[in-house]
Structures are given as C-alpha cells and as structure tokens.
Design a protein. Structure first.
Length: 369
C-alpha cells in the first residue's frame, strides 16, 4: 500500500519498517518531533494490523492494592503513606478475602495485586495473600508485585531471588505487572524516586523474573520531568532486555497525573502526546507483542482512538483502581464488559476477551468461571 505523509521525515522511517530494519534512537526522536500525528499513527497502525489484524483485547479483572504504606515515597505518587499517617492502610488476608467475595459472581480472569513497599510486612504475608486469592479465585491468573516489590521480597525472604520467585510461584503467582520502571534513567531516578530501586536494578530483577519463566509487563511513566530522548532511550533499554529474554508480554505507557503529588504544579499530558507515545512505543518496541492503551490514565475516549494508533489492548474492567484516581484521574473507576466491547466495536475493531496470557476467553453467560 502506498503511503504519503505531510512530514517528509516519516518517509525514510516507513522504508525502514518495510525493510524490516529496526528503528534507532534518532528515528524515535524524529517520530516524537513530527507534528504529523496522523502519519505517525498510520505507521504504528500498519505494524499493529500486521500483528493483530482487527483484534483488540481486553481482560475481565480486579485490582487489589493491599497496602499504601511505602518507604519509597516517590515524588510522583499520590497513593503512598507513611505508617501511622492518616489514610494509611494494610489489608489483612480476611479483608482481601472479603473484597474478592464481594465480586464472586463476576467472571474475573485476572487479579492484579500491587502495593507499597511496607517494611512491616513479613514474607509470609505475601504468600498468604497469594494463597487466599488462589483459594477464592482458582481459575484466575494472579498478576502480582512489581519488580520493586519483588526486589524487596528477595531481601526479606532469606531465600535469594530464585528461591523467592519459586516460593511466590508455588503460592500462586502467575505473572508480574509492569510498574515501578518509571523512566529508566539516572537523572530522573535521582530527582523523583531515589529511595526506590534504580533502572539498572529494575532491569536486573526483570531479567531474573523472565529467567524464572514468568512473563511480565513493562511501563513508562511519562509527562513529568523526563525529556523526549529519555523516553526513547527507555524504550530501547526495554527492547534490549526483551532481545535477551523474550519475557515481556505487553508495554503500557502511563500518563502522569499530578494532583495530590509533590509535582502538582505540572500540567496534564495532552491528547497529542498520549497518542504519540502509544504510536512511538508500537514502532520502537518491535519485539513486544502488545501495547496497552490504559483507559484509566488517558480516559476511555482517547484509549478507544489509540486502537488506531498502535494499541491492541484496552487492559481491564478493573472497578477499584486507586493509584491514578488518588492522583486526580477523571476516568470512571471501572468499565463494564459491554462498554469495553462498545468502545472496541465502535472503533472498527473486533473485541477479544483475553486471559492474562492473551489467550481468548470463550464468551460466557456470566457467573464465576
Ligand atoms: O508503578 C504512580 C504509576 C504504576 C502515578 O502491568 C502513576 O498490566 C500516573 O504499573 N500518575 C502502577 N501514574 C500502575 C501499573 C500498571 C497499570 C495497569 C496495568 C499494568 C500491567 C501495570 O502507576 C506505578 C507508577 O509508574 N503511577 N503514580 C501518578 N501520579
């Protein structure tokens, strides 16, 4: 198919893509510099269509944020509290059970569990958490604990990294979410999240997670103090690890929300930047299959449009999202399956309900699977 662009800088990038040649940092910068958003989107859509055709995925899931007590206190976070501070909480296993049981009639396929790094919790707490979820939701995949939490767990379990991952898997861990990477860059790390593991360590822990046979996601937190070059280099670093391990399943760009954070003076990301970031991720990450348009962060309307700019997945139904809503997200707290399907169909794609591993789930009449 012939393609012409308003921005002539996009033509050589198309040639590279057609020739199966990998885009480099300069190409990523040229894509970001282009005001031809539609042109960049068409490039990304071409790659998306060649991998996924008209399919657009979503998952029926539930989020559990087991604690907001966190010793890292990243400057971009509105969710974390110190122990004892007003609003600090940690769920007991009984409270987690209650939350799961409150939605037991829904066909939930994935339970997404993340929390703060709470030094008061022993390793057994995490094993109990997984065991509780597995007992109540034996057919759901438990996607739990970012590389940041897993690094902490390896520190307290006394089992080393391999032993920790084996114990978590034994208790029910099925895959690992992509949070905690933020921007893989020393400058941004020291300015915004110096108490958390840095990018080098995040990549090392991810390599161990992949090495243990667990698949994981990757993210980029964008729209704060990072430069465009830092974004592009972040993508290249993820791509390099993926070349070695093949363990990343999906990439999720996370649009920064400033309310109630120590960066509350920063403006929100724009629709242009949100769509551009989805498209550039699709084009740079030629070895990661899935790009999620996370509706919680960019709103369901823009997430729908992002399906034509390289995204193939709208993530989940969710219902109880806390991390972004505490930072001022205006999106709803959950989307019904019918609404997910309406958004996808309305954009000209075919909805595919998936499990955590992108296997299609047969449509059911409802009720627990
Ligand atoms: O790691 C924290 C980010 C992440 C803010 O793997 C913020 O399928 C915006 O990683 N504004 C957690 N973002 C969410 C996450 C995620 C979400 C959905 C799916 C998956 C997956 C992973 O949220 C954190 C951090 O990068 N975050 N504060 C904020 N104020």
């Amino acid at each position: 198919m012939e393609m012409s662009f308003c921005d002539p800088a996009l033509a050589p990038i198309l040639d590279k893509i057609e020739a199966g040649r990998r885009l480099d940092v300069e190409d990523g910068m040229a894509l970001y510099a282009s005001s031809d958003l539609v042109g960049v989107g068409r490039l990304a859509d071409r790659v998306r269509q060649s991998r996924h055709g008209s399919r657009a995925y979503y998952v029926y899931n539930q989020h559990i944020n087991y604690t907001n007590v966190c010793r890292n206190r990243c400057r971009f976070c509105a969710f974390a509290r110190d122990a004892g501070e007003q609003g600090a909480y940690t769920y007991t296993a009984a409270e987690v059970r209650e939350r799961l049981l409150s939605r037991i009639d829904e066909p939930i396929r994935e339970v997404h569990i993340v929390g703060g790094v709470n030094p008061a919790l022993p390793f057994d707490y995490y094993l109990d958490l997984l065991t509780t979820v597995r007992e109540i939701r034996p057919h759901a995949v438990i996607k739990a604990f970012t590389a940041v939490e897993i690094d902490h767990l390896a520190g307290i379990s006394g089992l080393g990294m391999a032993g920790t991952l084996a114990a978590l898997e034994d208790a029910g861990l099925g895959m690992v979410p992509g949070g905690g990477a933020e921007v893989l860059n020393h400058r941004v790390w020291s300015a915004l999240f110096p108490r958390k593991i840095d990018g080098e360590r995040w990549l090392e822990v991810m390599a161990d997670i992949h090495g243990a046979g667990l698949s994981a996601n990757a993210t980029l937190l964008y729209g704060h103090i990072e430069t465009i070059e830092e974004r592009v280099r972040h993508l290249v670093r993820l791509r390099e690890l993926q070349d070695r391990t093949g363990g990343f399943s999906a990439f999720i760009p996370l649009a920064f929300h400033a309310e109630n954070t120590r960066l509350s003076h920063l403006p929100a990301t724009t629709g242009f930047d949100d769509l551009k970031t989805v498209a550039v991720a699709r084009l740079m990450l030629d070895n990661i299959d899935h790009i999620k348009a996370y509706w919680v962060m960019i709103g369901e309307k823009l997430a729908q449009v992002a399906l034509s700019f390289g995204a193939d997945d709208l993530d989940g139904t969710i219902v109880e999202e806390k991390i972004t809503h505490m930072a001022g997200a205006a999106s709803p707290k959950g989307l019904a399956r019918e609404e997910m399907e309406r958004l996808i169909t309305g954009a000209g794609f075919t909805p595919v309900e998936r499990d955590s591993f992108y296997r299609p789930v047969a449509a059911e009449a409802g009720g627990a699977p």
